[in-house]
Structures are given as C-alpha cells and as structure tokens.
Design a protein around this ligand. Structure first.
Ligand SMILES: Cc1cc2nc3c(=O)[nH]c(=O)nc-3n(C[C@H](O)[C@H](O)[C@H](O)COP(=O)(O)OP(=O)(O)OC[C@H]3O[C@@H](n4cnc5c(N)ncnc54)[C@H](O)[C@@H]3O)c2cc1C
Length: 392
C-alpha cells in the first residue's frame, strides 16, 4: 500500500497542471495515466502546434448550465499567467488570429513544459495504469489499480470528455462522479462538423474543399469565421463554433457575404454594367462554382438588366440568409470537445472540490464547462487545474 497526499487521475492538460501546482506546494503527488503517453490531446491539438490559450479569454467564451461557474478559476489563473509560464520556458509562439496563441514549433513544447514543472515539484507519474476501484476511506480515498493499492487525502479526477474515442477517451470521470452521488449533465459532441442529408450533398458535394468567410448563426449565437464544404456536409471554424449551440432539428443561418449590403451593391452593378451576367458579377464575391450552384434557381446566366431591383433584393436575401438544416454532427469521432458532464452545482467554483465529498475534485473537460474554439479549452484546463492544485 502506497500513500500520497494527492492522486490525480488523467495526465492531460488539466491533470498535469494540477499535479505540478500541488507538488510545488509541497504535497506528495501521484499522477496516474491509463495510456502509455501523457498529454496525447495536447500533442495532436492545434494541428500539431497547440493553440494553448487565447489572449481575449472571458467567461463569455464558455458554455455551461451555470455560466458564472468558470469565473472564479479563470480569474485565479488567467491566460496571462499561462503566457508568463510559456515565456519562462522560452517557448516561441505567435498569435494566429483573434487572440489565439500557437506554438511556433510543436505542441510537444507544451507537454515538455508540464513535464519539467512536474519534475520540479517531484510528481510521481505512472502511465499504463488501470484503476479498478475507488473507495472513500477515513478522511481520504483508497485507489486500487491492477497491481497496487494507493491511499490519498485528495483525489482529483481529470480524465477528460468523450471526444476522440480512438485516443482512449472514456466516460471514467462521469462514472466516478456517479459513484459519489454527483450529478452528470447530458453530454454531447461539440466543436464538431455538421453532416447533411443525401439530397443536400447531391447538390453541394462538388464544393468539397471550398472555403468562405461567413457568419453562422443559431437563434442564440453568431460566429464570424471561415466555413468549409466537406464530403459529408460543412465544417470550418464558424461551423465548429456554432455546433456547440446547435440543437438537433434546428436550422443554421449563414450569411455568405457578411460585410456588405449585397442588394445595394447589385443595384449599383446593374447601373454600371447592365449587360454583365449575374453569375459573373457574383463570382467577384463568391467562388464561381459556389455562385453557380447557389443561384441555380434564378438563371444566373441572365444579364443584370433583366432583373428587377426586387429580384436583386431577393437574391441578396438568399445569400445573406442561406439556411442549412444539418441531419446530425460527425459525433465524438471528430469532435474537439464534449459539452455537459459533471454538474457544476456539485462543485465549489473557488476550489473545484465536491461540495459534499471533501477531498474529491473534478477539473478540465470532464466538468460541464466547455470553451469556444480558439485556445479556450486549454485555458479552462490550466485554470481549473491550477485552482484544484492549490487546494488539493
Ligand atoms: C483534435 C483536437 C484538437 C484540439 N485542439 C485544441 C486547441 O488547439 N486548443 C484548445 O484549447 N483545445 C483544443 N482541443 C480541446 C482540448 O484538447 C481539451 O479540451 C483538453 O485536452 C481537455 O483537457 P483535460 O485534461 O480535461 O482532458 P484530456 O486532455 O482529454 O486528458 C484526459 C487524460 O485522462 C486520461 N484518462 C482517461 N481515463 C482514464 C482513466 N480511467 N485512468 C487514467 N487516466 C485516464 C486520458 O488518457 C487523458 O490522458 C482539441 C481537441 C481535439 C480532440
């Protein structure tokens, strides 16, 4: 039987952060990971360059049944704190767009940072470990693995969500929550491409690979970023973002030309060049293939002079309010994150500890706090991991 002050389950972003913070406070920390490598999602993140935070992180960038819950952790450990840590490790990085900070080199730099800090604190890391049982024992916990029994005062669950099962994502954290009587909120794949039905694909599949800067909206939210046609439907940052707000059965409105008053512009074009074909004029704004397909019903080969201003207005509306009705999403197989999870009502926002089970903490993606695309999910992992590390 081995004894530690803190056992952290899951060596991802949140777990490694929590482990080194607790260890550097003088706690004896054991970090248990079921796969053979730590930080696997960090390694694959940001296209291999890890978008490790966002300079404009605000509570409004997170979804949760309780939108206030994330505020305390985010203010106790901010994006600037993590950027200072990255600077301390002399990791080169750059802003790609919209405050998103990416490594110049490889995501491995961030994993190495976390490993170095764990080493400084003297964290014991054990990979390829399967936990078979967890029990409350006295004022702490007994954790059984395939080959040993560990006791600890504090137990931190940092096992992530359900996205990318091929990388070993499991519902382990939700089962632990359930075992100890904490409520789990329904989970759903988020930051995920949409799948369209056969009829839609027949019409648009030849656009696979075409990208367009758009505003994608549901009733509750809008995102201005690129949209990408795929062989299954649509993807790209604006679609991934809006997928977190989309409910099955809902439509998504897409403004294909967000920065302009298209109706006004078409009327001006008609006056300036009445003999130009509509599709030639629209092709200045959209790719020619896209323009041809989307304007199929209006015979876009006709001259501008042949359209009344009312018709041009209607065409403008079609392009400003193009509507799609996704059949479903690509699901956990490709989703970047999981919505829902351990109900924040059961946790203290100041410490991430269970309100009812002293010493039991939940951090990172397993909790019902989900960030937008753009480095916010890692910032939540750092902030919630730090807070638990300071209190475990
Ligand atoms: C392809 C992809 C790209 C992404 N890119 C970005 C990005 O650039 N920026 C960003 O902010 N977010 C990104 N994300 C989201 C981000 O990776 C996650 O939100 C973040 O990793 C969550 O951290 P976590 O520590 O809570 O969980 P995870 O990183 O998932 O870590 C959980 C760990 O627990 C381990 N584990 C699970 N079950 C057990 C068990 N029973 N026993 C022991 N260990 C267990 C897992 O193996 C894993 O190592 C991306 C996600 C994906 C899938």
């Amino acid at each position: 039987m081995k004894t530690y002050d803190v056992v952290v389950v899951g060596a991802g972003a949140a777990g490694m952060m929590c482990a080194f913070v607790a260890a550097q406070r003088g706690r004896r920390v054991l970090l248990l990971e079921k796969s053979k490598q730590v930080g696997r999602k960090i390694l694959m993140s940001g296209g291999g360059r890890c978008n490790f935070t966002n300079m404009y992180t605000e509570p409004d960038n997170f979804l949760s049944q309780n939108p206030h819950f994330c505020k305390s952790a985010l203010s106790q450990y901010t994006q600037w704190d993590f950027i200072a840590l990255v600077d301390k490790h002399k990791i080169p990085y750059h802003e790609k767009t919209l405050g998103q900070l990416f490594c110049d080199n490889k995501s491995r730099d961030i994993v190495q940072l976390l490993l170095t800090e764990c080493e400084r604190g003297g964290v014991t890391i054990e990979t390829k470990t399967r936990i078979t049982r967890i029990k409350q024992q006295g004022a702490g916990f007994k954790v059984e693995t395939d080959d040993k029994v560990i006791t600890c005062e504090s137990l931190v669950v940092a096992t992530g969500g359900l996205s990318i099962p091929s990388m070993g994502a499991t519902g382990f954290g939700y089962h632990v929550a359930q075992q100890f009587g904490l409520k789990n909120l329904e989970t759903r794949a988020a930051l995920v491409p949409f799948v369209m039905d056969k009829a839609w694909l027949k019409q648009y599949i030849e656009l696979a690979g075409v990208s367009q800067d758009v505003v994608a909206s549901t009733d509750s939210r809008s995102f201005r970023e690129a949209m990408l046609f795929t062989h299954k439907g649509v993807s790209g940052p604006s679609i991934l973002q809006i997928s977190s707000y989309w409910q099955p059965g809902e439509s998504v409105k897409i403004d294909l030309l967000p920065d302009m008053d298209l109706a006004q512009w078409l009327i001006e074009q008609k006056e300036a060049q009445p003999n130009s074909q509509l599709k030639t004029v629209i092709a200045k704004l959209l790719s020619k293939r896209f323009a041809t397909i989307i304007l199929q019903q209006v015979d876009a080969g006709r001259k501008l002079a042949d359209f009344t201003n009312k018709q041009l207005n209607e065409i403008a509306q079609t392009l400003h309010q193009w509507t799609i009705k996704p059949t479903t999403t690509e699901g956990y197989k490709t989703a970047e994150v999981t919505l829902g999870g351990v109900d924040t009502d059961a946790l203290s926002s100041k410490t991430m500890m269970s309100k009812d089970i002293p010493g039991l903490f939940f951090i990172g993606e397993v909790v019902d706090v989900t960030g937008h695309l753009g480095g916010f999910n890692f910032q939540w992992a750092w902030s919630s991991g730090y807070v638990a590390g300071m209190n475990a």
